[in-house]
Design a protein around this ligand. Structure first.
Ligand code: UDP
Ligand code: MG
Length: 322
């Protein structure tokens, strides 16, 4: 009876300047919803006052539940953790920095009520983000699409609405590499988009540093494509062809021209570096896949929980601290 219809999943990592404003804007939107709503805030090992503020919100407002991860596990894991505990029929994932406008939720819910099971927010433009971020994001989403058979829509982040059925499937996926927007596309079902302009952060610095974004990009590609492995094969084939041509050339020079004039250190050095780099690239590609197999095989839990508030023990019972 008392089950919420709507669940909001919001990962938080050092967002003390944004939490109150985000909560205020969100509650205005929630007032307009036609069903009971729960807000699940996930503290991803923040080192500022975020967790205290989350606790206070939980005390003031019974709709707010929270979980606090044992340390910083990263955005994708934080979202995954939140999804593990949602109770609603319609689940919305959004960022805490107000780059994802809460008002868009109403539009997403309308689409859900029309029967769509996944409604993702697609950016038409990114206001005031650095050109380097805009360019790399633009290129990445297009390269990823070419490399994989899964229909991962371009320019979409994790801001989306998912039906309970979709979340159940995501929760049942055992894999450790959680590229949530890819997994969401992989599920299939009826999907649609709502368009929005990504506003600048309300306050604070980006938590996705360049290296975090790069590793998210590599995770996305490796989890959804085997093309890089094939690339290694192609690189090997190309260097074999180059080697064959070189053998013929060297033989030709040896027989028909004075030896010393053409074959020298330059040629040998170039060949050495060329082969060396082809080999290293291939080992690197292999390593990316093997590293992931290693992660999967270890089978460690995806995250640890140090504290929770208001959560119902519905999913991973044993994982909830007392
Ligand atoms: N975030 C998180 N863990 C992290 C990094 C980020 O939970 O390790 C959260 C962050 O608090 C925010 C969301 O993920 O709510 C998106 O982060 P950010 O705004 O830095 O990324 P961007 O908007 O540039 O994608
Ligand atoms: Mg942001």
């Amino acid at each position: 009876m008392n089950q919420p219809i709507y669940s909001l999943v919001i990962p938080i990592f050092n967002e003390e300047e944004n939490i109150i404003e985000m909560y205020n804007r969100l509650t205005q939107v929630i007032e307009k919803l036609d069903g009971k709503t729960e807000i699940i805030l996930i503290d991803d090992g923040s080192s500022d006052h975020s967790l205290n503020m989350i606790r206070e919100l939980h005390q003031q407002d019974s709709r707010v539940c929270y979980l606090s991860l044992g340390r910083n596990f990263g955005h994708q894991i934080a979202v995954t953790a939140g999804l593990n505990f949602v109770q609603g029929k319609s689940i919305i994932v959004m960022d805490a920095d107000l780059q994802d406008p809460p008002e868009l939720i109403l539009e997403m819910i309308e689409k859900w009520q029309q029967g769509y099971q996944i409604v993702y927010a697609q950016r038409v433009s990114r206001q005031q983000e650095k050109w380097s971020k805009r360019l790399t994001a633009y290129l990445f989403y297009r390269i990823l699409r070419r490399l994989t058979k899964v229909d991962i829509p371009v320019d979409t982040g994790d801001f989306c609405l998912m039906d309970r059925q979709v979340v159940n499937i995501l929760n049942s996926m055992p894999e450790r590499n959680r590229y949530v927007r890819g997994l969401r596309a992989w599920v299939g079902f009826s999907q649609t988009s709502v368009l929005f302009t990504r506003s600048p952060r309300y306050a604070g610095d980006v938590k996705y540093t360049f290296s975090k974004s790069l590793s998210l990009a590599i995770d996305g590609i490796i989890s959804f494509s085997r093309v890089p492995l094939r690339l290694a094969t192609y690189l090997g084939l190309i260097s074999a062809i180059v080697a064959l041509i070189m053998i013929l050339l060297v033989l030709y020079w040896r027989v028909f021209t004075p030896v010393t004039s053409l074959i020298g250190y330059t040629l040998i050095t170039i060949a050495m570096f060329f082969l060396g780099s082809v080999q290293l690239i291939c080992i690197g590609i292999l390593g990316e896949y093997i590293g992931r197999i290693y992660e999967e095989v270890k089978g460690r839990p995806l995250y640890t929980l140090k504290e929770t508030g208001g959560l119902v023990k519905n999913y991973i019972d044993s994982n909830l601290p007392n």
